[in-house]
Design a protein around this ligand. Structure first.
Ligand code: AMP
Ligand code: MG
Ligand code: MG
Length: 309
């Protein structure tokens, strides 16, 4: 059964297990109290020991099981041996039992590109905003995000000892998304979710032009897509460069698999081929519906400031 599953489903099943292991590493580093914080480009662009260990864990685990897949991780790390206890070789059995959408059933390993954000919401992790943190593993084929896994290591952490800590959301285009209850904000209500730590005038001007009833400022691209699919927000608006391909690949796949849309601020799709530029220079607009309304409200000077290259 396992060996005969199409490679896409085996890769998603592995990413699920690898993502759960990543979540456990992130909790363990937090509990150790030694976060090992390093500034990358500045005080708002951090890396912790958890970011480093998890990237090693995810990239090495997946490349051992899928040696021909291209795997691109956020962190720039020295090329050194990876401790065996970081390796996860399991696969989620529920995913292996799902049937692969026909259009992806004969994909080859070498045609797939995996985008890894080992810890999305690092700033929030260091500030104790733990439920903003996610692990993002996105899978692309032909430049399109076709599948994704989001692990949220601290989901339920405020619910007390009886609650299960952490969860995994996953999705495949043509199959659907799982691990959460799909909800939508009531018709006509505009609730925008956006950055809490990377705002600027382009971001605030654009949100104002959308005339939202409410604005939710939270960390993480993964976390903001969760706000959308769980009906807490109707649009994720970030009219600025800053997010990268590893921030949007997995969230985009999960959102698209339930009928939503993620584009830049011009309405153009991002591509996820192995050789694309990492920066999402023209911002991020994601919705479950009414995408056109939000696009139509983007001010002209903001559009001109955000080149889509
Ligand atoms: P945020 O919504 O601010 O939590 O950002 C979502 C993702 O994009 C996170 O991985 C951030 O690290 C990244 N990001 C957004 N803006 C910037 C920026 N100006 N510098 C570095 N990373 C950014
Ligand atoms: Mg990120
Ligand atoms: Mg990250």
């Amino acid at each position: 059964m396992m060996a005969s599953s199409p490679v896409l489903m085996r890769l998603v099943a592995s990413a699920y297990a690898v993502g759960e292991n990543a979540g456990a590493i992130i909790r363990k580093v937090l509990h150790s109290g030694e976060l090992g914080i390093v500034e990358k480009t500045g005080a708002n662009d951090l890396q912790t020991l958890a970011d480093r260990l998890v990237q090693k864990s995810i990239c090495t685990s997946l490349s051992r099981s899928f040696p021909k897949v291209t795997i691109i991780g956020e962190e720039d790390l020295p090329d050194e041996a990876v401790e065996e206890d970081l390796i996860e070789s399991g696969q989620n059995s529920v995913i292996l039992q799902k049937s692969c959408p026909d259009q992806y059933a004969s994909l080859k390993e070498e045609e797939l590109v995996v985008w890894v954000d080992p810890l999305d919401g690092t700033k929030e992790y260091t500030e104790g905003l733990l439920d903003h943190v996610t692990v993002l593993i996105g899978i692309a084929y032909g430049g399109t995000a076709i599948a994704g896994v989001i692990n949220q290591p601290f989901h339920n952490y405020q619910m007390g000892a009886g609650a299960t800590l952490g969860r995994t959301l996953w999705g495949v285009l043509g199959l659907g998304s799982f691990g959460f209850q799909l909800h939508q904000v009531p018709d006509g209500k505009r609730i925008v979710t956006t950055t809490r730590s990377h705002s600027n005038k382009l971001v605030t001007d654009t949100i104002q032009a959308m005339e939202p009833h409410d604005v939710i400022r939270v960390g993480g691209a993964g976390n903001k897509i969760i706000q959308l699919v769980e009906g807490k927000a109707s649009a994720y608006v970030f009219a600025s460069p800053g997010c990268k391909k590893w921030d949007t690949c997995a969230p985009e796949a999960i959102l698209h698999a339930v009928g939503g849309k993620l584009t830049d601020m011009h309405g153009n799709a991002y591509r996820y081929d192995a050789d694309v530029k990492h920066m999402n220079s023209a911002g991020v607009l994601a919705t479950l519906r009414d995408h056109q309304y939000y696009l139509s409200r983007v001010p002209q000077d903001v559009k001109e400031a955000l080149s889509s290259d």
